[in-house]
Design a protein around this ligand. Structure first.
Ligand code: SF4
Length: 344
């Protein structure tokens, strides 16, 4: 299982074709860390403005460690997988307290930090510390599965181990960071999921999937996961002083640490006749005072959310009620943020 001159060919290709990205010429581990975390589960075009905003606001680990969590979540708003941001915040505090702000660059130290797994530790340690640790992300899994006809299920430990075994032999000893970034770029720019460019591929003579015409079958897809359907009812009580109650989500569930309105989750869509019974824990809700009901459907990877906003008038106010005009300064999940303009 070898391809002649693989490493050399890949590095030459990278020198000629690498994407011009703001973190590309940096070996600052803080910059590499921020870029790698933002780009997890996120396309470069989507992640790039977030990276710029983030670095602008928190240019180094000290600034991030002092960040107000709500402000940080505001920057992250819309990017999803919010635990990435809270873990970065926790990690930054550890780096300041235990490493005096000197960002660790060794794989062994990095994997001990919150939110840093094998992939991120490999990326940072290879780019910033020349460690020969191959990165295995979705692009690399697809590329290697096709090149070497690997038939293990995508994202499985078995496939990752097999790729590490092959990659350990191929990785450039002098430029492991460039090698890893080249693999990721090549996987995404040439060996793409659907629009693969085999005609321009420097490895087409050796690629087994190309030879066998099995490109579309690789990498082997995961068995379909069950999609859960949920029904969220948000009770938006508008007070006489133009205030509305908001609550921070702190349960271990989606959108942790973001804000929301009082929520009642039901197991089906309910109509106004059922609200008395279903919303009884929100004592100030009055079905006769409902002004409108808005609906949004929001899809997450494994959840289909049917979200209903019940907007009503109330006299109720408590310490968690804030001015409607101030809502936009709080970090809300995307579908809730979208509704704010309609309740003003
Ligand atoms: S020949 Fe095609 S399938 Fe094989 S590595 Fe190149 S782009 Fe991917």
């Amino acid at each position: 299982m070898s391809i002649k001159n693989f490493t050399k060919k890949l590095l030459v290709w990278y020198d000629l074709n690498k994407r011009d990205l703001p973190w590309r010429n940096s070996i600052n581990p803080y910059i590499i860390w921020v870029s790698e975390i933002i780009l997890q589960q996120t396309r470069i075009e989507q992640g790039l403005p977030y990276f710029k905003k983030f670095i602008n606001k928190y240019p180094n680990v000290f600034e991030l460690s002092r960040a107000n969590l709500d402000e940080l979540m505001n920057i992250w708003q819309g990017l999803g997988y919010y635990s990435r941001a809270t873990n970065m915040h926790k990690a930054s505090k550890i780096i300041v307290q235990e490493f005096s702000g000197d960002f660790p660059v060794s794989y062994e130290s990095l994997v001990k930090l919150p939110g840093i797994g094998d992939y991120t530790a490999s990326a940072i340690s290879s780019i910033c510390n020349n460690e020969c640790k191959i990165v295995v992300d979705g692009n690399v899994m697809r590329l290697f599965s096709r090149l070497f006809d690997l038939r293990k299920e995508v994202n499985s430990i078995g496939l990752k181990n097999q790729i590490k075994f092959i990659g350990d032999k191929l990785i450039s000893k002098s430029k492991p960071g460039d090698f890893n970034q080249a693999l990721m770029d090549f996987g995404s720019m040439v060996c793409s999921p659907k629009n693969y460019k085999c005609g321009n591929c420097i490895f087409s003579k050796d690629c087994i999937a190309f030879k066998n015409n099995t490109i579309d079958l690789l990498p082997v897809k995961k068995a379909k996961v069950m999609i859960k359907t949920r029904y969220f009812n948000y009770l938006i009580g508008l007070s006489n002083n133009d205030k509305v109650k908001i609550i921070k989500r702190n349960k271990k569930d989606i959108w942790q640490d973001l804000y929301e309105f009082p929520l009642v989750e039901t197991n089906h869509e309910i109509d106004i006749s059922e609200t008395g019974k279903k919303f009884k824990k929100i004592s100030y809700f009055n079905s006769k005072k409902v002004i409108k009901k808005l609906t949004i459907n929001h899809k997450l990877t494994h959840q289909n959310l049917n979200i209903y906003f019940w907007i009503f008038k109330t006299n109720f106010e408590d310490k968690n009620c804030i001015k409607i005009n101030d809502l936009e300064s709080y970090p809300f999940p995307k579908p809730l943020f979208e509704i704010i303009s309609q309740i003003k």
